[in-house]
Structures are given as C-alpha cells and as structure tokens.
Design a protein around this ligand. Sequence first.
Ligand code: ZN
Length: 147
Amino acid sequence: MTMTGPQKKKKHHVGDTFYKRKYKTKHRARDIDEVDQDLKKENADRLLKQALDFDKPGEGQHYCIHCARYFLSDQVLQDHFRTKLHKKRIKELKLEPYTIEEAERAAGFGSYIAPKERVIVTQPINVEEYKEPEEVADICSLNIDLQ
Ligand SMILES: [Zn+2]
C-alpha cells in the first residue's frame, strides 16, 4: 500500500499546538490529475466515507473531493461549495486533464482534437448519491480558462 502526500505519524498530545500544526501541514494542493482519479466512484467512496482521523481538520469527515480539502464542519463545507475557488475547480475538472494536454499539443501541430466535456457537479450532501463524472459529448469550440 503506498501513500501519497505527507503522512505524518508522529505521536502528539492533543493541546494548543495540535490545532496550529494541522493547518500548516495540510495545505498542499492535490494535482488536478490526481483529483480526476479521485472522482472515480470507488475512490470517491473511500474519500467521502473515511474513518475518523484526528490528524485531519474535522476528523476527515468533511472533505471536498474536487478541491481535495478537508473542512472543519459540514457547515464550513457547504459554505465552501459556494465559493469562487470551488466553482473554478469544478470548471477545470469539466475537461479531462489528458485531453486538454493532447488537444493543445495537437493544436500546435495544426490538427485540433476537440476536448471531451464532462458533467461535473458538486458532490451530493448524501455521499451515497455520489456519481462519477459522465462525458457529455465532443465540443468543437470551448473557452478553456485555466489561469
Ligand atoms: Zn471544493
């Protein structure tokens, strides 16, 4: 079993420093292609229904799968879903990462492959209803704004 990302297993006492440290160490952004893998049903189920982990904000129970971030409570998570940052992420995820790369490369060589667009919706409140992204169709013209 391989773990990605920082997995600190240091023993610590729960106290004042505990809270400060978990904010500092958990802010590494997950790459969009990794998140893309997370959106697959079996991975999503694992992430959205994880066991209590006291090293994670909110004990790992309030996870935004699209942004790969943990939140302190369900309320904070719901608020996050309405932020620009989250909406931008959803937009980015609508195109398959590899397809974007390939499309750009192909465009550089004069032949253009239209990227595939997918339906990406914010994860449901009830995680049992989670569905993996579906491809919509080939799209001929699309403004890709990944700045
Ligand atoms: Zn998010």
